[in-house]
Design a protein. Structure first.
Ligand code: CP
Length: 307
């Protein structure tokens, strides 16, 4: 065992560490030049066994904006994974070349396994349908920046709550802040996993309800967190086709929402937010993706213990 700090699950960070990272991200946004050379000579490896736009590019942009360098793959078949190399061997090797690793993998628990073999910090950039803690840091920074604090909100989480790893991580993290109420909106087949209901919402006494219709609750929400139905996690294409358009947020639904509600989405979106909503000032999902780069800059600095 060693004392390297990894980020695999949002609960790996204490509230104080979370606040530190959000505060640092805020300072980076205000004073980017002060941070632009801090990681000169350091290398981030991005090992993406699954596709990504925001997470990989924002990690790589984050490292470059800190003065560091990057290496890695966005397609495992371009590496020796295609010859059958194991995750453990890949991690052992890459951790001798890089100072920190961000990895995404389709198997739940893979990032945790990587920590056993790594001599440098591992960041979970998404493990199957399990967790996506850096998306949660992005979500928290967005909420804190746009709604001023992380407490006292009615948060609607809508879509694929079963396979949506961003949802699982967000519920874990937001449950640590006071006076939030959560409204879970999903078809019956895509409700949250039982362990999230039992081990987080019920155990922590978080007020929550589960409903099927977005129209019935949209007027009560301070934050609406939309999610995509995760095609890649379905075993049966017929089920995906039946469920994929369960929710489509359009201007007609937005007209029933509060004037200061914000709409978030981890992206990518497919059909669940109509493009006409993009023009609505309450649509904050593109700004959210930008916050993701700043919070990843802060996270890298924290895990490398710089400043
Ligand atoms: N939010 C998110 O994880 O997006 P990508 O899949 O594009 O990285």
């Amino acid at each position: 065992m060693n004392n390297i700090k990894h980020l695999i699950d949002p609960m790996d960070l204490s509230i104080m560490e979370l606040e530190d990272i959000l505060g640092l991200a805020n300072d980076i946004m205000k004073n980017p030049k002060e941070y632009s050379h801090l990681l000169s000579g350091k290398i981030l490896a991005t090992l993406f066994y699954e596709p990504s736009t925001r997470t990989r590019f924002s990690f790589e942009a984050a490292m470059m904006k800190l003065g560091g360098n990057i290496l890695g793959f966005s397609e495992p078949n371009s590496s020796s994974v295609s010859k059958g190399e194991s995750l453990s061997d890949t991690i052992k090797i890459v951790s001798t070349y890089a100072d920190i690793i961000a990895m995404r993998h389709p198997k739940e628990g893979s990032a945790k396994v990587a920590t056993i073999y790594s001599s440098v910090p591992i960041i979970n950039a998404g493990d199957g349908g399990h967790q996506h803690p850096t998306q949660t840091l992005t979500d928290l920074l967005t909420i804190k920046s746009l709604k001023e604090n992380l407490e006292g909100h009615v948060i609607g989480i809508c879509g694929d709550l079963k396979f949506g790893r961003t949802v699982h991580s967000l519920i874990k993290a937001i449950s640590r802040y006071k006076n939030n109420k959560i409204i879970l909106i999903s078809p019956e087949e895509l409700t949250i996993p039982q362990y999230i209901r039992d081990e987080i919402l019920i155990k922590e006494n978080i007020p929550f309800i589960e409903v099927e219709r977005l129209e019935d609750v949209i007027d009560k929400l301070d934050i609406l967190y939309m999610t995509r139905v995760q095609k890649e996690r379905f075993f049966n294409e017929e089920d995906y086709i039946r469920l994929k358009d369960s929710y489509i947020l359009d201007q007609s639904k937005m007209s029933k929402a509060k004037k200061d509600m914000i709409v978030l989405h981890p992206l990518p979106r497919v059909n669940e937010i109509a493009q006409e909503v993009d023009k609505d000032p309450r649509a904050c999902y593109f700004k959210q993706a930008e916050y993701g780069m700043y919070v990843r800059m802060a996270l890298i600095l924290k895990l490398l213990e710089v400043r």
